[in-house]
Design a protein around this ligand. Structure first.
Ligand code: AP5
Ligand code: MG
Length: 187
């Protein structure tokens, strides 16, 4: 089993590229953001806990997302590989993922990082706000909080994965097809 991570700031194109990668490589795509939004839509206890945090652009607790990832791994033994999108997002989450995979004699295979500037994050998210209606896309203050949280809590993961030789950075500026071609090359 292979484990790939799609990494990058909000609006970098992780979800967009994941769709194409699933078609080409038959990966099982796991977006913790999508899973949390499903829980919110279903009105579960977990969804209720997560809603106010997500709507304000704050992270939900590590234990919640790690639990969701554990279930995805356990419930999908036959897939062609896992593509985690938006997970891990903190060093603590990365350490727990390593421990989970170690128990099966596995580890993260590659980190694909899609990088765009903060200005472009704003442009892309404000464009998407009119299409998908996500509450965390609607307010510039929330977008700024997501960007700041990314720099403070998620960016340190670059230095976590680089020494392991797993970190592959791709410039996220260009057409969707151009970026997909660059990711395919890395894979
Ligand atoms: P999540 O849903 O993961 O949001 P995010 O990281 O902010 O990323 P986005 O989904 O906004 O962007 P994306 O990179 O997928 O871009 P997309 O392809 O849509 O997480 C939401 C929240 O859930 C978090 O804030 C947090 O609260 C919580 N959460 C999730 N995971 C968590 C975790 N592990 N721990 C704790 N909390 C967690 O593209 C964006 C737009 O750009 C689209 O309109 C798209 O069409 C367009 N676009 C894409 N590529 C291009 C291109 N090449 N050129 C032009 N436009 C493009
Ligand atoms: Mg996404």
């Amino acid at each position: 089993m292979k484990y790939y991570l799609l990494f990058g700031p909000p609006g970098a194109g992780k979800g967009t590229q994941a769709k194409l990668l699933v078609e080409k490589y038959n990966f099982h795509h796991v977006s913790t953001g999508d899973l949390l939004r499903k829980e919110i839509a279903k009105g579960t206890e977990l969804g209720l806990k997560a809603k106010s945090l997500i709507d304000a652009g704050n992270f939900v607790d590590d234990a919640i997302v790690v639990g969701m990832i554990g279930s995805e791994i356990a419930n999908n033994p036959e897939v062609g590989g896992f593509l985690f999108d938006g997970f891990p997002r903190t060093v603590a989450q990365a350490e727990i993922l390593d421990q989970m995979l170690q128990k099966q004699g596995k580890s993260v295979d590659k980190v694909i990082s899609i990088i765009i500037s903060d200005e472009m994050v704003f442009e892309r998210i404000q464009h998407r706000a009119n299409i998908e209606g996500r509450k965390d896309d609607a307010d510039p203050k929330t977008i700024q909080n997501r960007i700041d949280t990314y720099h403070a809590k998620t960016e340190p993961l670059i230095e976590y994965y680089k020494p392991q030789g797993k970190y592959n950075e791709i410039c996220g500026v260009g057409t969707i097809e151009e970026i997909f071609a660059k990711i395919s090359e890395v894979l």
